[in-house]
Design a protein around this ligand. Structure first.
Ligand code: R5P
Length: 299
């Protein structure tokens, strides 16, 4: 019985970090694009259990290629195909906010379950849905939290008296998980969203940040609008320093520049999404979750 990790060339480094943490063979997926934009996928190395590494930032083309990969693996005789998607896309649209909207969380979860036996992912954006298995009961899911990875990243240079702030109620368990091992106090905001970039925020207890450094903690930074709004409030309340940490940083270079202009001194993220903010590898946490869930299949 053999298990192997398959990856796309643009994610070779992150995938090989996971392969090394698991002591697992890593194979590049042979991918070619036809002149019309279609993809040709080829799997050259067989295995019994295949872990396919694909972070689903900017997901549309990647999803189509994953369906081809899953099919090619099964045609090669692979018995079990497990998707490792450190960032899982389309999770925020978990209800139809307006009549007629597709519920993309349900569609994409079901699509993955139709083609993969299992899924490993980091802090998927599940707020009104209890679990991905509630959508697709046949899918075996290993959930990884980035909180421990971020706490260990912060530990060496955490300033005394630092307060950690989560921008909205949904972030509470998450910011508490990062703050607790570091002994930091926590404040949690209340957010109302009006559009992709427009939010209104209040932070009960914000007077506590006067004269103190603040670390903003959120599961993801998308446009950065939430953190910009929060930072303005924290500065007005007398915070001496504001920085941000997140599991998934999706922000563009322009949006990161706006965060810097808005007074956020530093943004640090895990490598679930590649980019300039990456400061911590999620591979050890992924490897632990994979061993716990599928240890008997690793060889
Ligand atoms: C929302 O529930 C999430 O936890 C983030 O707060 C949100 O996605 C951040 O989006 P943005 O950076 O665009 O404000």
């Amino acid at each position: 019985m053999t298990a192997a990790l398959y990856y796309f060339d643009d994610e070779a480094d992150a995938a090989n970090r996971l392969g090394a943490a698991l002591g697992m063979a890593c194979h590049a997926i042979d991918r070619r694009q036809f002149p019309d934009g279609e993809s040709l996928i080829r799997i050259t190395e067989p295995a019994t259990t295949a872990f396919v590494y694909r972070s689903l930032f900017q997901p549309n083309d990647k999803l189509v290629e994953l369906l081809l990969v899953a099919s090619a693996l099964r045609d090669r005789g692979v018995a079990r195909v497990i998707l490792v998607a450190p960032y899982l896309a389309y999770m925020r649209q978990d209800v139809a906010f307006l009549p007629g909207q597709a519920v993309s969380q349900r569609v994409i979860t079901q699509l993955i379950a139709d083609h993969f036996d299992g899924l490993v992912t980091v802090d998927p954006h599940l707020h009104r849905t209890p679990s991905l298995e509630a959508i697709a009961p046949q899918l075996q899911v290993a959930y990884v939290s980035a909180a421990g990875t971020l706490a260990e990243m912060l530990r060496p240079d955490i300033a005394p008296g630092t307060i950690m702030v989560g921008p909205d109620g949904e972030s509470r368990p998450w910011v508490e998980s990062v703050a607790k091992p570091l002994g930091c106090n926590v404040l949690v905001g209340e957010k109302v969203r009006f559009g992709d970039r427009e939010v209104e925020l209040t932070v009960p207890g914000i007077e506590q940040v006067a004269g103190r450094p603040v670390i903003l903690v959120d599961d993801m930074i998308s446009t950065g609008g939430t953190l910009l709004k929060c930072t303005a409030l924290l500065q007005a309340a007398g915070a001496t320093w504001v920085e941000a940490v997140t599991a998934h940083c999706l922000a563009s270079d322009d949006d990161l520049a706006q965060l810097a202009l808005g007074g956020i001194q530093r943004v640090r993220a895990t490598d679930t999404v590649a980019g300039v903010t990456v400061a911590a590898a999620i591979a050890p946490a992924l490897a632990t979750a994979i061993r716990e869930k599928w240890g008997s299949l690793l060889a």
